[in-house]
Design a protein around this ligand. Sequence first.
Ligand SMILES: Nc1ncnc2c1ncn2[C@@H]1O[C@H](COP(=O)(O)OP(=O)(O)OP(=O)(O)O)[C@@H](O)[C@H]1O
Ligand SMILES: [Mg+2]
Length: 264
Amino acid sequence: MNRCKVISISNQKGGVGKTTTALNLAYALAEDGKNKVLLVDLDPQSNLTMCFGIDRPEELKTTIYDLMMCVIDERKLPNKDEYILSFNNLDLIPCSIELSAVEMSLVNVMSREIILKMLLEYLREDYDYIIIDCMPALGMLTVNALAACDSVLIPATAQYLSAKGLELLLQTIARVKKRINPGIKIDGILITMFSERTRLTKEILNLMNEAYSDYIRIFENKIPVSVMAGEASYRYKSIIEYKPTSKVALAYKDFGREYLGYGD
Ligand SMILES: Nc1ncnc2c1ncn2[C@@H]1O[C@H](COP(=O)(O)OP(=O)(O)OP(=O)(O)O)[C@@H](O)[C@H]1O
Ligand SMILES: [Mg+2]
């Protein structure tokens, strides 16, 4: 039986902490070798790839772009060790700006929504979790991520939720569920860059709880706003590695436990 869970980290809004969450959740799940975790960078900006110290992703021999093109053209995939990069406990399929060309290539492809799903079928058996870092858009790449995953985790700032920006994402997920991936689930919303001090944030959270909590889980653990988050990625580290005792690192660890269902 296949016990791998594929998680899409999605929100079409830019800069809400998708990449930071993908990296730190992966790190929390993989800590001490507890789980085998693969990260997939599915954003042509390649921020996640750069978090691993790869400053020039365009020089990589094989990226997610090449793999998706192999599936599209029905060519044989390269050996896994040619495209999976390993860093201690974490594996990564990197990305480069080339991926932006895939959206064009997909236009005339049969089954274009499930190219990534077909690719991940080869990899599920090797991992406990596969985490896909999506780009800030709801185009064909994000649809591929939604079609390929078992569940979606939505990082969002309180401000974003109050602006009703979530509706479009939820509609897209509902459409994918109806037409392509009936098993897809929404894990919930992780509030990022949270500042308890502002009254506004609290009011927004109350409103949000009223609006959404009946049908979407809003995780108890919230990720506080901290400059540490940015500093860590400049040093090519997850926050958990960079400053394990910082509030953000602890928040991601607690969230990791909550995510796994242990509570906090
Ligand atoms: N908890 C936090 N507190 C403060 N800054 C943060 C926090 N989490 C992430 N950041 C910073 O905010 C910026 C955006 O974060 P991140 O890249 O994770 O968002 P994203 O949703 O992946 O963005 P994009 O939509 O461009 O892919 C980065 O500079 C990151 O270092
Ligand atoms: Mg990102």
